[in-house]
Design a protein around this ligand. Sequence first.
Ligand code: ARG
Length: 465
Amino acid sequence: MKLWSGRFKKSTNKLVEEFTSSLLFDHRLYKHDIKGSIAHVKMLNKCKIISPDEAAKIEEGLSEIYGEIEAGKFVFDVADEDIHMAIERALIEKIGPVGGKLHTARSRNDQVSLDIRLYLKDESMLIMELILNLQRELVSLAKNNMNTIIPGYTHLQRAQPILLPHHFMAYVFMLKRDFERLKDCYLRTDVMTLGAGALAGTSFPIDREYVAKKLGFSHVSENSIDSVSDRDFIVEFLSAASIIMVHLSRFCEELIIWSSSEFNFIKLDDAFTTGSSIMPQKKNPDVAELIRGKSGRVFGHLVGLLATLKGLPMAYNRDLQEDKEGLFDAIDTLKLSLETFTGMLKSMKIEKDKMKKAAEGEFANATDVADYLTTKGIPFREAHEITGKMVASCMDKSCYFGDMSLADFKKFSPLFDEDILDVIEVENSVNKKTSFGGTSTKSVKKQIEIAEMILKKEKNWLSRD
Ligand code: ARG
């Protein structure tokens, strides 16, 4: 019999039972549901809405159910509709009709909002920890490769030589903003919504502040309709998750390119690659490809939830039950992606010499030549034109600037002196970029210093209280 069957003359159609049930996926909220119920029961007792004896019985029953679920002994039945009803039914079976007092001054509408908030707070902390781990790995890669130079690209064409650590640090700062976005959305998830009832609040003399304190929430929601009807905190999370996946996906794309025979900049570890069932020689960057591929489904969950919400009148509508599968999948995907990505980076081999050779090849130092002429007093546009002509002439002769003598340089401009031969060295090119945020060793060391300070600060935030 359903816990809400009083006004019904017929039992639920089997197909409808299956169609409406969320138990198959929302059972993962059990821990937070029970935690929320125990806080609620303590409050009902404190506010003298139920007796101390009743509260003790309910609390004990809930703890036993928690143990049974943890031990895998709890039988989940779709007929129970959702995790909230499954636990309440089990409680009544266990301790008798007094179990029915648990739901006093509460509705599943405020209960489910509370559960997701409790759950998402915990998961967000875990994800933020994983971001810090990845950032730490990138900083250590940067520190260990301070004299590795690669060609920096624009339009996937060699542009200017850069330090490999500069490239790694770019992702550290992207991840810094990802962390901040999660932290910001955590603040809005950290709101206690229980006590909103179905939508109107309750006539029982409840103490919402007490429940918030017991559950570790910083705020209590101000409006009961808003409390049960909005899922904007999940939209925010999915948006932050999507942006993280975009960043990981771009990095994966680079690792895939870098590990190809055409580039040969890195070798991914055997443990983080897979083989082909037909081509014996193949070693495929599947982890990177899958993270790139999985980013799409996380974006999908964001758009899916926005679509679910857009036409809903106030307050709770059953459509809102559709918030969970996407959220759970996004969390699982994001956590696994962050972890495997960090492992893949940690184990990859950097082909320093191949990177440097690529940075020296072609004309990645052309801007340095133009800058050189500019510092000698001619307008940059003219310097650009002269250098362009030099590139064209070299291409005709199949040579690079490095193959040119001073006399060759002077044919293009009398302003060239002996020191031009140093200017075109990639190390010098890199180390001249001393602007704040630039690619010189000095500027990159500054970035590392700043990043380490930020990592320390964020770590402290995660381990506060
Ligand atoms: N399983 C529901 C959900 O996830 C719980 C709330 C149901 N409330 C209701 N009145 N049917 O949204």
